[in-house]
Design a protein around this ligand. Structure first.
Ligand SMILES: [Zn+2]
Length: 321
């Protein structure tokens, strides 16, 4: 069997608070994985990626010379061809480009490919579902975490857009009376339905706001029910947006809020079904049947970062003008 994967790859998924890294074999199996805290800022993310890679080679008793590619997934505006990242707000990176790819390649002596974290995870989901259920032609990946963004994979190829912001649907305004978003607009989907929006509306000590809000809403707490309805309304708009823009076969829900699993899937499906009863056209889209939640223990980010790194060696992405 031929494989999209190099012999051994290391994938590193740098998140706002923690970083996941994994060794991935030729068949896409996870050989070893670790999680460590993220250091923020330009120097912090370089140091985090180095520490994660070296900790992983040490724990899996492999040498860097055994590794064909290293892929990094990081939030922000990433130019995969130049290996640069900017506007990585969640990891403390501003408007100046950071040469993450070339700095890590120089330090590690292995080609390091950098990809936006949501796009990397979308590729990871595409691979995972292809192995589990056969090939997927069109896949949309909706990340519902601190922010909200989507990735789109068509026949194994990522869609990045002409200025690298394809899929930033969290910043589509849906409520002119909603809260102000960090991006400056009013009532963005992200300001209503993201993990950080839920934390702001329903704070908890231990960062479990989404499940606490869901439980309270299920127990007929009136305020919680109203907020939960708003959260689900925003997420169902996001799913509809993906469906009508790209018409994907599969829409994967992921990110911190999606750890609610079937409860989230059912709530969004019910909302879309209710909309579908009012519109024969929307009903005909059968969106509930297209949505999936993948077990959060599968490290989609690192797996997809390795796949992106390998794909970059075969088909170069289109550079920015
Ligand atoms: Zn916004």
């Amino acid at each position: 069997m031929t494989s999209d994967f190099p012999t051994l790859g290391i994938g590193v998924d740098i998140g706002g608070t923690s970083t996941k890294a994994a060794v991935i074999d030729a068949l896409g199996n996870v050989i070893d994985s670790i999680v460590l805290p993220t250091e923020r800022g330009a120097e912090g993310v370089v140091s985090t990626a180095l520490r994660a890679t070296l900790a992983l080679t040490s724990s899996s008793a492999i040498s860097l010379s055994d590794v064909d590619v290293i892929g990094i997934g990081i939030p922000g505006t990433v130019d995969p061809q130049r290996g640069t990242i900017r506007y990585g707000v969640n990891v403390g990176i501003g408007h100046d480009d950071i040469d993450l790819g070339s700095r890590l390649t120089d330090e590690l002596g292995v080609v390091v490919h950098v990809e936006n974290d949501v796009r990397a995870a979308a590729l990871g989901a595409d691979w995972y579902l292809s192995i589990e259920h056969g090939s997927v032609n069109d896949l949309a990946y909706l990340s519902i975490g601190t922010g909200i963004a989507a990735g789109y994979v068509e026949r194994g190829q990522l869609r990045r857009g002409s200025t690298l912001v394809a899929g930033e649907i969290g910043h589509i305004p849906i409520d002119p009376h909603g809260p102000r978003c960090a991006c400056g607009q009013i009532g963005c989907i992200e300001a209503i339905s993201s993990g950080s929006a839920i934390e702001r509306m329903w704070p908890t000590e231990d960062g479990t706001s989404a499940s606490a809000l869901y439980r309270a809403a299920s127990n007929d707490d009136v305020a919680a029910h109203r907020l939960w309805t708003g959260v689900i309304g925003g997420l169902s708009r996001a799913v509809l947006l993906l469906a009508l823009t790209w018409d994907p076969e599969v829409i994967v829900l992921s990110g911190g809020v999606a750890t609610l699993g079937d409860a989230l899937l059912e709530a969004i499906s019910e909302r879309l079904a209710a909309d579908g009863r009012r519109s024969e056209f929307l009903g005909s889209l059968d969106l509930g049947a297209r949505m999936r939640v993948i077990d959060p223990s599968v490290p989609l980010g690192p797996i997809g970062a390795v796949r992106a790194a390998h794909a970059a060696n075969v088909i170069p992405p289109v550079p920015l003008p």
